[in-house]
Design a protein around this ligand. Sequence first.
Ligand code: ATP
Ligand code: MG
Length: 305
Amino acid sequence: MNKEQRKLIQRAKDFAKPFRVDDGESFRLKDIDPNNTLHLEQEHKPQAKEALALGVELLAAFQDMLYAQDRWAMLLAFQAMDAAGKDGTIKHVMSGVNPQGCQVSSFKAPSSVDLDHDFLWRCNLALPERGRIGIFNRSYYEETLVVRVHPELLHQQTLPEPLMGKDIWKERFRDIRHYEQYLSNNGVVVRKFFLHLSKKEQKKRFLERLETPEKNWKFSANDIKERAYWDDYMNAYEDMIRNTATKVAPWYVVPADNKWFTRIVVAAAIIETLDSLDLKYPVITEEARQHLEAAKQQLLNEDKA
Ligand code: ATP
Ligand code: MG
């Protein structure tokens, strides 16, 4: 990385740090303001867009090394209330990366096949291979969110009765912590993002979806139903973060009322993570170098023949 890039990496780290939670114990959701933009005001939006463009370029450079090195995989899980901007954030932040090295999996309501397995099963199938970035648009964390807010969903899972006791959430959190530790021990770097939207901004975005013909398709009547459970969701999110934010798999709780800001923080967090891996292009052995030289000579000799 050159000097300019190193400067950008330092800026990214400064941006991501206030929103990283790697020890859940003292975490309180009320400490994070969804409208926070650090020191940046609305009028800084154009500069923010420029910074994002630079960040996207840097991310692409990192991804190239991740792919070439073929040792680490990176899993990014996105969770949020409806209209918080998961899709747009994924689209913008990953816009520069090589599609060959990146895969997005969206997890919707589970199918009957999914429900016939343990709750991590379908996500486990979608894990990124070494050298790749895997994005989960929603994830196994739904199992501690929507399923907790709507206990009838738990009953649809047809778990054996004795396993549905009062400690089930504690057990799921513990299982998730262990699963993420396991992934981490196997070179899968896990980072989780909660795009934290205010209830007021969600209303504004829903109205926009209803009033703009090009956005009508994004609206679902179910979203309004879920909005009615707002407080239950916030409690579930807080408990989830308190119980699953760890050093190996931190949460980033990202203010989501301003899309331009959300995107910068997410890009910064990914850059911070990739930088921590000390990625390098593979160095070839002397023997391999000689093979390259021989191949070059063979090509050059073609002209002489
Ligand atoms: P999104 O809402 O993520 O932008 P979408 O609107 O295209 O995507 P939906 O059909 O709304 O897709 O699917 C997402 C829904 O699936 C969410 O309401 C989510 O709570 C639900 N869901 C995801 N995982 C689970 C799960 N494990 N159990 C029950 N419901 C789940
Ligand atoms: Mg939806």
